[in-house]
Design a protein around this ligand. Structure first.
Ligand code: SF4
Length: 172
């Protein structure tokens, strides 16, 4: 049976959070939004504003109000990241963008530009990762429908998370 993408599609940021922390995904989805205060986000915004000035017309393309592509070019989608610290979630988010575009008839490959390290990573959508993305979308829906947030997990990056105080309130 065909996967009913319309019933499962989510914002790119939620797809990313699934790989960062499922509790964060749930909190964000429930309107507990603290990300604007995060240093990493402010830094990221600055980098996006200052990068690739010549490609102004291709920058920050919002599709269906759900996915925001840093740069959409003729053959590829480029994402600009500060560093490769969250490599896995960065890669999966870009794969989701490629999957989303593919669903609306736009075929692209992907490149992630890690600005600080001055390196790039190529990302390609395969049949195998299409299936995996669908599995993740089903799981995301289950998490978003939970009545309470998933339990806290101690990640090395919790202290840098915008929900840190919320999650560790009794310890700070
Ligand atoms: S502080 Fe840690 S457990 Fe809490 S939402 Fe952030 S990453 Fe998840």
């Amino acid at each position: 049976m065909d996967f009913e993408f319309e019933n499962f599609k989510v914002q790119g940021v939620k797809f990313n959070y699934y790989f960062v922390c499922k509790r964060k995904l749930w909190l964000f989805n429930n309107g507990i939004s603290m990300e604007e205060n995060s240093d990493r986000v402010s830094q990221g915004k600055l980098i996006h504003e200052n990068s690739y000035k010549k490609k102004e017309e291709n920058k920050e393309k919002l599709i269906d109000g759900l996915i925001k592509l840093d740069i959409l070019e003729e053959n590829e989608v480029r994402e600009v990241k500060i560093s490769s610290k969250m490599k896995e979630s960065d890669k999966m988010q870009l794969l989701y963008y490629l999957y989303y575009l593919d669903k609306i008839g736009i075929k692209r490959t992907g490149t992630i530009n890690y600005v600080t390290e001055r390196k790039t990573e190529k990302v390609e959508l395969t049949e195998e990762n299409k299936k995996y993305i669908e599995k993740v979308l089903v799981d995301i829906k289950k998490i978003l429908n939970m009545e309470k947030p998933p339990a806290r997990i101690k990640y090395p990056y919790c202290k840098k998370c915008s929900y840190y105080e919320f999650c560790y309130v009794e310890e700070v």
